[in-house]
Each structure stands twice: as C-alpha cells, then as structure tokens.
Design a protein around this ligand. Structure first.
Ligand SMILES: [Zn+2]
Length: 97
C-alpha cells in the first residue's frame, strides 16, 4: 500500500517535471512564458521588444496567409526567428567593434 502511494507521488512529480520542461520560451528574450502553452505561445509579451516581435510575427502570418503560402504560422515564426537572430548578431558586432 505504501509502495503504491510512493509510486503515485513520484509519477506526479515526474509529470510536473515534464510539464515544466515543455514550458514555452520566448523567441525574443529566451525567458519562460508564464501561463503560456507549448507550441502556441511564442513571445512573452512582458517586454516592449517581445511585443514588437509578436506584432511582426502576426503581420507576417497574415501576409503569408493572404499569399496562400502553406503553413503561414510556421513560415512566419521561422522568418521572425531568423530576423531576431540577424538582429542579435548585428548587436554583437556593434558592441565588439
Ligand atoms: Zn520575451
């Protein structure tokens, strides 16, 4: 009986660990998105920069959808992720120079 309770507890703990592992992270700043859903939430909305990227993502998604591009959501996030990467690289070279 006690063993069963112990197993139940560890299962719950394991599930919680999996849940926290699957927590979404912001594409812009890399922070964990509080109350966000994995695969759905992509920007944390708590920073001006992140909200700006989110707007950019939505604009792109609409643009791709209007153009009839397949998977507009996927294409939009890929484009925004690339733009964030480029911007970060530019910032890096600016600070090192
Ligand atoms: Zn963020």
């Amino acid at each position: 009986m006690e063993e069963l309770i112990g197993e139940g507890k560890s299962a719950k703990l394991a599930m919680r660990q999996i849940y926290s592992m699957n927590r979404p992270f912001c594409f812009s700043c890399g922070d964990q998105i509080k109350g966000g859903k994995p695969g759905i939430s992509m920007f944390c909305q708590s920073k001006v920069e992140c909200r700006r990227w989110y707007r950019r993502y939505r604009t792109l998604k609409e643009k791709f959808r209007n153009k009839g591009i397949e998977n507009p959501k996927k294409q939009a996030i890929a484009t925004v992720a690339a733009e964030i990467f480029i911007k970060e690289r530019m910032n890096e070279s600016r600070t090192t120079n």
